[in-house]
Design a protein around this ligand. Sequence first.
Ligand code: MF3
Ligand code: CO
Length: 243
Amino acid sequence: MREAGRVVARILAGTREAAEPGLPVAELDAVAGRILKENGATSPFLHYKPSWAPVPYPANICVSVNDVVVHGIPGNQVLKDGDLVSVDCGATLGGYCGDAAVSFFVGTGDEAGQRLLDVTRTALERAIAAAVPGNRMGDIANAVERTARKAGYGIMQGCGGHGIGTQMHEDPPVPNVGRAGKGMPLREGLTIAIEPMLHEGGSDEARTLADGWSIATADGSRAAHFEHSIAITADGPLVLTAL
Ligand code: MF3
Ligand code: CO
């Protein structure tokens, strides 16, 4: 999983490097495809078809721009200066999966958006810090919820992290909302993807776009998304999707 995670980290670095005003989003998907191939890995997103999805996922990565929270399909859309972009990507290598996401500005950002990026990254860091043996799932969830609410941000309903291993999505669910000290005990060897998705607006309602995949904020406010796959070990959380 560490090797698969390293490929994910390379794709996130490569796509971020490539993202600039004027670039069609499909080009980022091509960058991801090239890095996957170079590393002998495949995308667990491509052709993925959960029961709720009308069609199999058609791309290597998700690119979600501004009010799109997650599952944005790379297409003809051209990146603009100031767009707040989330790139979510997975890799399968040697039978194991990695899954991670980062959000960033294309070109120049604004102060409000930067704060959303900083708080969402902090939510992920705190949630990872809570992923230790002896804690419970609610400690992870509550770390995200507390960080988001304190900053006045919304948390998208029905979205969250998941177990990960030979499959991209495994049990247990890893919620972004919950009570500290409650839920499943965290044990050494559990591997999970933690993924706070926060947005600027007050409404936590989601709206699915016409493509059947893209999930946007109902209030049109911008969202940020950071994700890492991690392993719970006796020595603390091990981030699998780092370089
Ligand atoms: N990274 C997403 C998640 O964490 C998965 C994307 S769904 C896909 O759940 F279909 F695009 F693969
Ligand atoms: Co995920």
